[in-house]
Design a protein around this ligand. Structure first.
Ligand SMILES: NC(=O)c1ccc[n+]([C@@H]2O[C@H](COP(=O)([O-])OP(=O)(O)OC[C@H]3O[C@@H](n4cnc5c(N)ncnc54)[C@H](OP(=O)(O)O)[C@@H]3O)[C@@H](O)[C@H]2O)c1
Length: 324
C-alpha cells in the first residue's frame, strides 16, 4: 500500500511517501480501501515529538492519521455486517495508520456512509461522533442549555454546534482568534454568535453558559471557567494553544460550583465501546441535517508536508483531507 510515514520526530519534512505491505483484517476488523484521510492537530503533535518516548504513543517510523473514509476492501473472519465495496467512515482510533491507501479498523468503529461525499464523511462524521459522546456522556447536556465552543472553527470544535443543536441546546456561542473573524462571519455552522477570544470575557458581558467546550487551553480556558453558570460543566478536550503548563484553581471550582471534566476519545471509547455506534448514527444524522458544513481542502499524499505546514501556519479554515 501507499502511505505517508513520519520517518523521525521533527518538522513536516520528516513525512515521506512510502510503499508498505498491505495489511489484512483480523477478527472483528475490516480493511478499508482509503479514498480520504483526515489531518488533525494531534497528527502534528505526534510528528513533532510532543509525546516522545511516552508509552502507548506512536514513535517513528509511524503512519499518522486517525480517521479515514473509503470502501470496504475485506472483512475479518467473523465480521458480517458490512459488504465488500460498501462506502464507510472509520471513527478515530489510537492515533496512527490513517495516511495509507489501506487501513485496518475495528468494525465497531465503522459506519456506512451511503451516498455521503467521503471528504465530508471523514472531515466531519468522526468529530461529530466524538462531540456526541462528549456532550451526552461527559457534559450531560440537557435540552434548553447553552454552550460555548472555544476555537469555534477548528476541526474538532466545528463538530460541536451541530450536535449541541441536535441535543436541544438553546444557544451556541463560539470564540475564534482575530484572524478567523472573517471566516466566522460567513460560516454555515449553527452558531448564534461568534466572538473574538482575545476579548473574553468582557465581549460576552453577563452571559454565562451551562457547558463550555475547550480543545484550546491556555488563556481561553481560564476565561471559560469564569463564563460557566453555577452547575456548569467545562469539557477539556485538547490543547491547541500548546500551553502544556496551564493550571486550574480548584477553589474556583468550589466557589463557582462548576465541574471541569476531561474528554479524550482515544481513552474513553475503548473503555466504553457501546457508545460508539449510537454516536456515529447521531453524527450521520447531524450531517444529513446540514449541521456539518465546513470548508474542506483536499490534497494528495504527495502534499502531506504542505498539509502539515499549513496546519502549523494556522492557514486552514476548516479541515484538510488527504487522498492516496
Ligand atoms: N478529545 C478528543 O477526543 C479530541 C478529538 C479531536 C481533537 N482533539 C484535540 O483538540 C485540539 C484541536 O484539534 P483540531 O484537530 O481541531 O485542531 P485545529 O483544526 O487546528 O483547530 C484548533 C483550533 O484552536 C484554535 N487555537 C489554537 N491556538 C489558540 C490560542 N492560543 N488561542 C485561541 N485559539 C487557539 C485555532 O484557532 P486559529 O484557527 O485561529 O488558529 C483553531 O480554531 C487538539 O489538542 C487535539 O488533540 C481532541
Amino acid at each position: 500500500m501507499r502511505a505517508v510515514q513520519a520517518t523521525a520526530f521533527g518538522d513536516p519534512g520528516v513525512l515521506v511517501v512510502v510503499d508498505l505491505p498491505d495489511p489484512t483484517p483480523g477478527p472483528g476488523q475490516i480493511a478499508i480501501d482509503v479514498t480520504h484521510a483526515a489531518v488533525g492537530l494531534i497528527d502534528l503533535f505526534f510528528r513533532q515529538g510532543v509525546y516522545r518516548d511516552r508509552p502507548g504513543m506512536p514513535q517513528p517510523p509511524f503512519v499518522p492519521g486517525l480517521e479515514v473514509a473509503g470502501t470496504v476492501r475485506a472483512l475479518g473472519p467473523d465480521v458480517t455486517e458490512f459488504a465488500v465495496g460498501e462506502p464507510v467512515v472509520s471513527m478515530s482510533a489510537a492515533g496512527t495508520g490513517g495516511y495509507a491507501s489501506v487501513y485496518i479498523a475495528d468494525a465497531a468503529r465503522v459506519a456506512p456512509t451511503g451516498g455521503l461525499d467521503p471528504a465530508v464523511a471523514v472531515a466531519v462524521v468522526p468529530n461529530a461522533a466524538m462531540a456526541h459522546v462528549a456532550l451526552t456522556r461527559i457534559a450531560h447536556l440537557e435540552a434548553g442549555e447553552s454552550v460555548l465552543v472555544q476555537g469555534a472553527l477548528g476541526g474538532f470544535s466545528a463538530a460541536f454546534p451541530g450536535i449541541a443543536r441536535q441535543l436541544g441546546a438553546s444557544r451556541v456561542v463560539g470564540t475564534v482568534r482575530a484572524g478567523k473573524l472573517a471566516a466566522a462571519a460567513t460560516t454555515k455552522l449553527p452558531y448564534d454568535r461568534i466572538v473574538d477570544s482575545a476579548e473574553l470575557p468582557d465581549v460576552l458581558a453577563d452571559e454565562r453558559f451551562d457547558v463550555v467546550i475547550d480543545p484550546v487551553g491556555g488563556a481561553v480556558r481560564t476565561h471559560g471557567l469564569a463564563l460557566l453558570r453555577p452547575g456548569g460543566r467545562m469539557i477539556v478536550a485538547g490543547n491547541a494553544s500548546e500551553d502544556w503548563g496551564h493550571q486550574v484553581d480548584t477553589n474556583q471550582l468550589w466557589l463557582g460550583n462548576v465541574t471541569v471534566a476531561g474528554f479524550n476519545a482515544g481513552a474513553y471509547l475503548p473503555a466504553h465501546p457501546q457508545y460508539m455506534r449510537p454516536a456515529l448514527e447521531a453524527a450521520l444524522q447531524a450531517v444529513a441535517a446540514g449541521h456539518g458544513e465546513i470548508e474542506i481542502d483536499v490534497l494528495s499524499f504527495d502534499e502531506a508536508v504542505t498539509a502539515h505546514e499549513r496546519m502549523e501556519r494556522r492557514d486552514v479554515a476548516g479541515r484538510i483531507v488527504l487522498r492516496p
